[in-house]
Design a protein around this ligand. Structure first.
Ligand code: DX5
Ligand code: ZN
Length: 222
């Protein structure tokens, strides 16, 4: 079962609650919340206070994607705000194992994200501890960028490894996912599709969720 994760990065922030309700009513399972610090990535977004405001209005799984340096400093705040899951970047800390334990101690599931150029090797000794791996299919920092097709073999290799080891770790893809690229990512092995512009920049975000789901299911995993 493929899950659709609308990214609020492309939402209209003047009516954020309304926009989140739209995609929840359309059946999206996960809400993807991109947190940027202006250091790890060249952009700034929002913090735990936004998660806290939205929590009262949504039952979706809140999937927080930390694109920040020192992610360990933010875990407690996002847990208290109502996050269900936190993904941080392998490139952002040298204390990867410690941050995963911290996320789990706070009752959330844990994921690691890799930038497009980062190989899978760094996951070797940590994969059994992970609930999810987020493979970036654009360079992190902005919505509306073009899908980087060179990441497809990386999705395939990780998918095969997860199947061979009978791991329950999920693969999430993030960046440039639309009606054309969603089936390609699913075929390569993705389980969760993040989509910002392909949902919130469309005239009808609800219909966009449904169309993306249809496109994703048109292609079975290898
Ligand atoms: C980019 C973010 C993405 C972003 C994707 O750094 O991690 O979640 O919202 O946006 P689209 O789907 O527009 O590429
Ligand atoms: Zn993201």
């Amino acid at each position: 079962m493929i899950q659709i994760a609308p990214s609020i990065l492309s939402a209209d922030f003047s009516r954020l609650g309304e926009q989140v309700r739209l995609v929840e009513d359309a059946g999206a399972e996960v809400l993807h919340i991109d947190v940027m610090d202006g250091h790890f990535v060249p952009n700034l977004t929002y913090g735990a206070v936004v998660v806290q405001s939205l929590r009262a209005h949504s039952r979706m799984r809140f999937d927080v994607h930390l694109m920040v340096e020192k992610p360990e400093l933010l875990i407690a705040d996002f847990a208290a705000a109502g996050a269900d899951h936190i993904t941080f970047h392998l490139e952002a800390t040298c204390h990867v194992h410690r941050v995963i334990q911290l996320i789990k101690e706070h009752g959330m599931t844990a994921g690691i994200s890799l930038n497009p150029a980062t190989p899978l090797d760094g996951l070797k000794y940590i994969l059994p501890d992970l609930d999810m791996v987020l493979l970036m299919t654009v360079n992190p920092g902005f919505g509306g960028q073009k899908f980087i097709a060179n990441v497809i073999p990386k999705i395939q290799v990780l998918s095969r490894h997860i199947q061979q080891t009978q791991s329950s770790c999920l693969i999430e893809v993030d960046g440039g996912i639309n009606l054309e690229t969603a089936p390609i990512a699913v075929k390569a092995g993705a389980h969760i599709l993040v989509a910002g512009a392909a949902i919130f920049a469309q005239p009808d975000p609800q219909q966009a969720v449904e169309r993306l789901r249809q496109a994703a299911h048109s292609m079975k995993s290898e």
